[in-house]
Design a protein around this ligand. Structure first.
Ligand SMILES: C[S@@+](CC[C@H](N)C(=O)[O-])C[C@H]1O[C@@H](n2cnc3c(N)ncnc32)[C@H](O)[C@@H]1O
Length: 248
């Protein structure tokens, strides 16, 4: 959700290199007008108590803005339910708000596999997963996502392990192109891959902004929206979200 992911060694910093982000980068977390965002928020369903409690705990962190908004989480629930998802893969756990949301939205035999490089963020969420009674539905893999994805691909190749129904990509942005390819390999036909932050707080829309992230997302968004392997739609929700359905 941010231009600067903290390194594993500096949680709590929220910036990573000590350079304050430009004011425009800090404030533009939602592409909608304040009025539209407030209206949307007023219609967003109340979250389960365990999710609301984890949001309250997460709010105390300097990186609280990493978390998906309740409106995005509501969309995730709709997508999980409409696809009948039982296997959800998340790249970028943070404190596990989306992890918990997905575990509660799927049937009791559903499984969430969630990947993060830094164990200290998911450790904040784990007591809330336990309180909600879904710990046994969640497999947390700690380490660089590239390594965890390689291990999941090896599992899928070796055994009858079912593929994933939905994959959410929300970790380091430089990894997105590789994570997208891995997601397609791990998804069942008809499954969905979701990529968060693809409008990068509107900076992607400014052709004069040649920052590394806007350039990365311009390239990637074009690639995915023209990819013959998927049907894709880019939604201006939150910080921009691509929803792409893997073709049979
Ligand atoms: C934007 S947050 C995820 C937010 C989460 N989906 C939510 O809505 O609460 C991104 C997470 O990706 C993790 N991350 C950053 N680089 C990573 C990497 N190379 N491999 C795995 N996780 C990484 C960070 O530690 C951070 O917790």
């Amino acid at each position: 959700m941010t231009d600067k992911q903290p390194s594993a060694a500096t949680p709590g910093n929220g910036n990573g290199n000590g350079t304050p982000p430009r004011q425009t980068r800090r404030v533009r977390k939602n592409l909608l007008s304040q009025q539209a965002a407030a209206y949307l928020a007023s219609l967003t369903p109340t979250e389960p108590p365990a999710v609301a409690a984890l949001r309250a705990a997460t709010a105390a962190l300097p990186e609280a803005f990493f978390q998906m908004s309740p409106a995005q989480a509501a969309l995730l629930v709709v997508l999980l339910r409409t696809t009948g998802a039982r296997r959800f893969l998340e790249i970028g756990t943070f404190t596990g708000i989306t992890t918990l949301t997905a575990a509660l939205a799927m049937p009791p035999d559903g499984q969430v596999v969630t990947l993060d490089i830094d164990p200290r963020y998911p450790a904040i969420g784990q007591p809330f997963w336990a309180e909600a009674g879904v710990t046994d539905r969640i497999r947390l893999m700690i380490g660089p996502a590239r390594h965890s994805l390689a291990s999941l691909m090896a599992d899928t190749g070796r055994t009858e392990t079912p593929k994933f129904d939905v994959v959410l990509i929300d970790a380091d942005k430089e990894g997105y192109p590789d994570y997208y390819e891995a997601a397609l390999a791990l998804l069942r036909p008809g499954g969905l891959v979701l990529l968060d932050n693809v409008l990068w707080r509107g900076r992607v829309l400014d052709p004069e902004d040649d920052g590394s992230k806007p350039r990365l997302f311009r390239r990637l968004n074009k690639t995915i929206c023209r990819d013959p392997r998927v049907d894709a739609s880019l939604l201006a929700i939150g910080d921009g979200l691509i929803v792409a359905c893997k073709r049979p």
